[in-house]
Design a protein around this ligand. Structure first.
Ligand SMILES: [Zn+2]
Length: 304
C-alpha cells in the first residue's frame, strides 16, 4: 500500500527529511540539524525507500532474524515470509496508518537530530506492520513476548528503577546503554528522566485497535510530567493539534544514537515515547544496530 500525499508541503518536507537522513548517515560524528534550513540542496528525489534499500535496512537491523527480501516478500531465518507490499494501493492516511504493509514503514524517512514542528501527517515510524513485529518479538496477547522479557536497571545512579523490556534483537542491551549515558547527565535533566512511566505493556494504542509498541517490549515512556500527547492536547478526531514539546534534545539524541525513535518527531506527537526501530535510524557513534544481537535472546539479562 502506498501513502497518498495530497499536501505539497508534505512532499517538500519529505525531501528535506530524506536529505537529513542521508546527511545523518554520512556524518558519523554529529546528528543532522535541518530545522529551518530552507537552503539545503535537495537529495535525489524519493518519497519512499526502494525495495533494495528496505532489504538492506531490515537485514542490518534484525540480524539473524531477517534473512533478506525477494519477490516473495521478507524472508525470515526460519524460512517463512511476510509480504513486503500488500497491493492495496493508495489509501487515506488513517487507513494507511491502521494497516500498513512492511514497505509502508519506510514511507516517511525518520529525521535524526534537531527538528522543527512536523507538518501535517508526518509521523515517521508510527506505522507498524503488526505481523512483522509479532514475527520478530512475539504476540503478547498469546503470551509470546513475556518469555523474552528481562530486567534493565533504569539510571542505576539516579533512580535504580527496574524495567521490563525484551532481550530479542539486543533491545535490552540497547536500553541499558542508553540508561548508562543518561545517568551521567546533570541533575537539571532528572525531571525528564525518571521515574520512567512504562515499558512492556500488552495493549492497543489508545483510541485504536492497533497493537502498541509497548506490547512487543521495545518501547519506553519517560517524562510524563513534561509529556505532550496529541490526544491530550485538544485533538478533534484524528487531526493533531498544534505541536508541543518540552523534552530536551540532549535526551532524544542519546536514544536515537542507539536506534530508538522518538514520538516527538510525529505530527501526532507523543513526546514521552521512545521505541527501538533500528531499521529507521543509522546510529551515529556508539553501537551499530544489531551488532551484538545474535546472542542476546539466549543470554538473557543485559550487561547490568
Ligand atoms: Zn509509549
Amino acid at each position: 500500500m502506498r501513502l497518498r500525499l495530497t499536501n505539497s508541503n508534505n512532499a517538500a518536507f519529505l525531501l528535506r527529511a530524506s536529505f537529513a537522513l542521508y546527511v545523518g548517515a554520512a556524518a558519523a560524528s554529529a546528528p543532522a540539524c535541518w530545522g529551518g534550513d530552507e537552503t539545503a540542496p535537495p537529495p535525489a528525489a524519493q518519497d519512499a525507500a526502494s525495495d533494495q534499500d528496505i532489504a538492506e535496512r531490515l537485514t542490518r537491523a534484525y540480524p539473524g532474524i531477517v534473512k533478506g527480501v525477494d519477490s516473495g516478500g521478507v524472508i525470515f531465518a526460519d524460512g517463512t515470509r511476510l509480504p513486503l507490499h500488500d497491493g492495496k494501493g493508495d489509501r487515506s492516511f488513517a487507513a494507511w496508518l491502521s494497516d500498513p504493509d512492511i514497505a509502508d514503514m519506510f514511507a516517511l524517512a525518520y529525521p535524526p537530530g534537531h527538528m522543527s514542528a512536523p507538518p501535517r501527517n508526518f509521523d515517521p515510524g508510527r506505522a507498524r506492520n503488526a505481523a512483522f513485529f509479532k514475527k520478530v518479538y512475539g504476540d503478547c496477547a498469546a503470551g509470546g513476548v513475556t518469555p523474552a522479557l528481562v530486567d534493565v536497571i533504569w539510571l542505576p545512579k539516579k533512580a535504580g528503577q527496574v524495567l521490563k523490556v525484551t532481550s530479542v534483537n539486543g533491545v535490552a542491551k540497547r536500553l541499558a546503554a542508553i540508561s548508562a549515558e543518561l545517568d551521567e547527565l546533570p541533575a537539571d535533566f532528572d525531571g525528564f528522566l525518571w521515574p520512567a512511566a512504562g515499558t512492556y505493556n500488552c495493549r492497543d494504542i489508545a483510541g485504536t485497535k492497533t497493537p502498541s509498541a509497548h506490547g512487543y517490549g521495545i518501547a519506553i515512556d519517560i517524562a510524563v510530567q513534561h509529556a505532550s500527547y496529541w490526544r491530550w492536547s485538544g485533538a478533534k478526531g484524528d487531526a493533531a493539534p498544534a505541536y508541543r514539546n518540552e523534552v530536551p534534545m540532549e535526551i532524544v539524541r542519546v536514544f536515537e544514537e542507539h536506534g530508538f525513535i522518538w514520538g516527538g518527531k510525529w505530527s501526532h506527537f507523543d513526546t514521552m515515547h521512545f521505541e527501538y526501530r533500528p531499521e529507521l535510524l543509522t546510529p551515529v557513534g556508539g553501537l551499530q544496530p544489531g551488532a551484538d544481537a545474535a546472542g542476546s535472546a539466549a543470554s538473557g539479562a543485559p550487561a547490568q
